[in-house]
Design a protein around this ligand. Structure first.
Ligand SMILES: [Zn+2]
Length: 264
């Protein structure tokens, strides 16, 4: 932490409990510097320290951030998953910190929703597009210029691309797909959806969902915690001595504010 004193840092967080749901007894909470990909702090919380197992992650966040800020390090942004308790905590107790959602978690949840839709009657044509739609979201987060309105327009443009429409006049910020022109051969081979078909409408429900569009304001910095997820698979993390494993274990995994390439 000494090296970070006086610096303005962006952090990625992750909490990991020893068992899922309400039976957890311990939660390890970690914050990583997005720029250097080094673990800045880890705190271990016991359920007996809190009112419930669900509250452990919130307490872990508070302990971690308070210790970092107590060391005269300015935290300007934190990327977390969509844990409701932490969302509220940042809003009320840390208004000086910009809160972003971790794109990795967001895309994971999006993929689940798309897979569920693809299993519905007459919606199986969605399945071959799921990876491309997830890649599209990564790409949008990286190229939106940290602007939520641009991000939303980029994201919803998938509803046009998927029906073989690649330029349009509506919207304010984004009027055509960013991919190169599609050849006649490619056009013939792609499994375009039909506008207004049941598959297209099912996709529309996911893409235009109110909470998805609203949460996009928390995706504009394109941060993700993939490295922390890997780090937390280490069984040692739940030991009291966790800190000694951290730098060496985490440094071999890529993280930060990047994501997979966008491919259709
Ligand atoms: Zn397109």
């Amino acid at each position: 932490m000494q090296q970070l004193r006086g610096r303005d840092i962006w952090l990625s967080d992750d909490g990991k409990c020893d068992s899922p749901g309400y039976n957890a007894k311990y939660c390890s909470y970690t914050l990583m510097d997005s720029k250097t990909q080094q673990i800045v702090n880890t705190e271990l919380v016991q359920v007996t320290d809190t009112t419930s197992s669900v509250a452990m992650e919130k307490m872990g966040f508070k302990k971690c951030v308070d210790k970092i800020e107590g060391n005269n390090i300015k935290v300007s942004l934190v990327a977390t998953d969509r844990h409701a308790g932490i969302r509220k905590l940042i809003r009320t107790d840390y208004p000086h910190i910009t809160h972003n959602f971790d794109v990795w978690h967001f895309v994971k949840s999006l993929r689940k929703k798309l897979l569920a839709k693809a299993k519905k009657k007459d919606c199986d044509e969605l399945a071959p597009w799921i990876q491309a739609i997830c890649n599209h979201l990564w790409w949008c987060c990286q190229h939106c210029g940290q602007d939520a309105k641009t991000l939303r327009e980029m994201w919803t443009s998938i509803l046009k691309h998927i029906v073989n429409v690649h330029s349009w006049v509506d919207g304010e910020k984004f009027h055509q797909c960013a991919h190169p022109p599609i050849s006649e051969e490619e056009t013939r081979l792609k499994c375009w959806l039909k506008a207004g078909s049941s598959t297209h409408l099912a996709l529309q429900e996911v893409v235009l969902k109110k909470t998805v569009l609203k949460d996009m304001e928390h995706l504009v910095h394109s941060c993700h915690t993939g490295a922390l997820e890997v780090f937390h698979k280490s069984p040692e993390i739940l030991s009291k001595e966790a800190r000694i494993y951290i730098p060496a274990y985490a440094s071999s995994y890529a993280s930060g504010c990047t994501g997979p390439q966008y491919e259709y």
